[in-house]
Design a protein around this ligand. Structure first.
Ligand SMILES: Nc1nc2c(CCc3ccccc3)c3nc[nH]c3cc2c(=O)[nH]1
Ligand SMILES: [Zn+2]
Length: 368
């Protein structure tokens, strides 16, 4: 996998790059929609492609539980199984397991109860690598512990050291050369732990790095600080992925601080609960005020939904509990995010990112 920096902004750390993977080229900064169970919810691969999505995410933890990585491997891997011929990234299962109620975390890994069969399952670096190699994603993530927020410094220090040891084990266990293994920086909100973790990961030399342990309730101010003091320790010529981020404003602040890759369930999850993004803020389509509103969701949007339907029609679909409401809203929200990323890439190329960010936020946050 090859990352090439094409442009650096003069007065911010925003950067424009190209990431070449075995399943295609990714233009960065990029947003990666999440398809947890090897499926983008309420969207076909063709519809996902039409939104401008270049890479999608799937989940090791969920796919290990059901249908199992062996079945996916027998189907020819994730790309064949879900008919997505573009790049795919899978998470290691670290985050998903640590958010489970009944799990036991040891120095070696995590024991948890299978939500469906009740059997005890054990995930550790070697297993996380084996599962992701069987699934066949182009980018795979190290098995880490996502430190909850808030947490005391002592716990954060111990956990960060464990994540570093696990990163070493992942690197040893990872054999498939056509898959890029990204290291994940932890350290909670402690600047020295973040620096130590980043430096030691860089010593291990990964093809890309993620900043983890964020988007766990710390809020935008702390998120900005964590990115500000962690990103500079990461190599300039390797991709930087900020996990689980985020709202449009979080993404803009993080692009400014040198992040290349983002993922978040927000656009697809909010779509299904009738919250849609527009360049003048979010709207709740179940609100009665849209009953007779015959404008498109966002008059400036060029997506299939905005070209063919009105707010009144979507309001009706949600009220009638029509499946089409989830499909049309997901198409719009994913398109909105990816269109914003395309505008960000152009703004960086034309050296006007700061102005783009200000204009976007003025309109988006103040509904101007
Ligand atoms: N391994 C890991 N994953 C995280 C995710 C899931 C991202 C993901 C990747 C691929 C598919 C789905 C989700 C986080 N989401 C919000 N905050 C997050 C933090 C972490 C983290 O610290 N470590
Ligand atoms: Zn639209």
């Amino acid at each position: 996998m090859k990352f090439t920096l094409k442009k650096r902004e003069r007065n911010t750390s925003a950067r424009r790059g190209t990431l070449v993977t075995p399943h295609g080229v990714i233009e960065t900064p990029i947003f990666m929609p999440v398809g947890t169970h090897a499926a983008m919810k309420a969207m076909t691969p063709t519809q996902v492609r039409e939104t401008g999505a270049q890479i999608i995410l799937s989940n090791t933890y969920h796919l290990h539980l059901r249908p199992g990585e062996d079945l996916v491997a027998k189907a020819g891997g994730l790309h064949a199984f879900m008919a997505w011929d573009g790049p795919i990234l899978t998470d290691s299962g670290g985050f998903q397991v640590f958010s489970l109620p009944n799990k036991r975390i040891t120095d070696d890994g995590a024991y948890f109860r299978h939500e469906i069969t009740g059997e005890e399952i054990f995930l550790d670096p070697a297993r996380a690598m084996a599962i992701q190699e069987a699934l066949g994603a182009d980018i795979i993530m190290a098995f880490d512990e996502c430190i909850p927020y808030p947490c005391d410094r002592k716990y954060a220090a111990i956990s960060t050291r464990k994540t570093l040891r696990w990163a070493e084990l992942c690197k040893k266990a990872h054999t498939r050369k056509d898959q890029a293994l990204f290291g994940i920086v932890q350290g909670s909100v402690f600047e020295d732990l973040r620096a130590l973790c980043a430096k030691e990961l860089v010593q291990m030399d990964f093809p890309g790095y993620a900043i983890g342990g964020v988007s766990v309730g710390e809020g935008l101010e702390l998120l900005k600080r964590v990115v500000e003091y962690t990103a500079p320790f990461l190599p300039d010529d390797k991709p930087r992925y900020l996990m689980g981020v985020g709202l449009p404003e979080d993404i803009l602040e993080s692009v400014e601080r040198g992040i290349d890759m983002f993922d978040c369930v927000i656009p697809t999850r909010y779509a299904r609960s009738a919250t849609l993004f527009t360049n003048r803020g979010r709207i709740r389509l179940t609100n009665r005020k849209y009953r007779r509103d015959f404008y498109p969701v966002d008059p400036n949007c060029s997506c299939y939904t905005c070209r063919n339907f009105t707010r009144a029609y979507l309001h009706h679909l949600f009220n009638a509990n029509e499946v089409l409401s989830a499909i049309l809203s997901s198409i719009h929200n994913v398109h909105f995010y990816l269109n914003m990323m395309a505008e960000i890439r152009r703004a960086i190329e034309e050296e006007r990112f700061s102005e783009y960010k200000r204009t976007f936020l003025d309109s988006y946050l103040k509904g101007k």
